[in-house]
Design a protein around this ligand. Structure first.
Ligand code: ATP
Length: 136
C-alpha cells in the first residue's frame, strides 16, 4: 500500500501508552457498531465499546483487546483514550474465565440491586479477552 495511505495511531491507557505508530486502517467496536477507519476520514468523536481492535499497517495486522473509552478521529490521526487494552500475550485466561462466570452469575441471579449495564460490560470484556486468546 502506498505510503501516503498511512495515518498516525495512538492508543493511550490510563497508566501507559499502549500503541503508537502508523496504520493504513484501524477497526474497532463503538456505540454505533463496528467501524473501519482509513486516512482522510471525516473528523469525529466515537465512544469505544469492548471489542477487538485490528491495526493494519499495509503488510501486517495486529490485534488487541480494547475495552472502552473515546476515539478522536482526525484526517491524519486516530487517538484512542482507552479504559484498558491488552495484547493477546498479556491476557490472563483464568482471570477472564473467572470474570465471565462472576458476571454470568450476577446476571442470572437478577438481584434487585444489580447494576445490569456494569455486569453486561464486565461479561463483554471477559468474552473479548477469551475470544482474542482462543486458538493462540
Ligand atoms: P476483573 O474483574 O478480572 O478485574 P475487569 O474486566 O473488571 O476484570 P478491567 O477493569 O477491564 O477488568 O481492567 C482492569 C485492569 O486489569 C486493566 O489494566 C486490564 O488491562 C487488566 N486486566 C483485566 N482483566 C485482565 C485479564 N484477564 N488479563 C490481563 N489483564 C487484565
Amino acid at each position: 500500500m502506498a505510503e501516503n495511505n498511512l495515518f498516525q495511531v495512538e492508543i493511550i491507557c490510563p497508566d501507559h501508552m499502549f500503541y503508537q505508530g502508523e496504520a493504513s486502517m484501524i477497526e474497532f467496536n463503538t456505540s454505533e457498531g463496528q467501524v473501519g477507519i482509513l486516512k482522510n476520514h471525516v473528523p469525529e468523536t466515537l465512544i469505544v465499546r469492548p471489542g477487538i481492535v485490528v491495526i493494519t499497517d499495509g503488510q501486517k495486522k495486529q490485534e488487541a483487546a480494547l475495552h472502552g473509552g473515546f476515539a478522536e478521529v482526525l484526517k491524519d490521526k486516530v487517538t484512542i483514550l482507552a479504559q484498558a487494552a491488552e495484547w493477546p500475550r498479556e491476557i490472563d485466561v483464568a482471570r477472564a474465565e473467572e470474570a465471565k462466570e462472576r458476571a454470568q452469575k450476577r446476571l442470572s441471579d437478577k438481584r434487585q440491586d444489580l447494576d445490569v449495564l456494569r455486569a453486561e460490560l464486565s461479561l463483554k470484556r471477559a468474552l473479548v479477552r477469551l475470544d482474542l486468546t482462543k486458538n493462540k
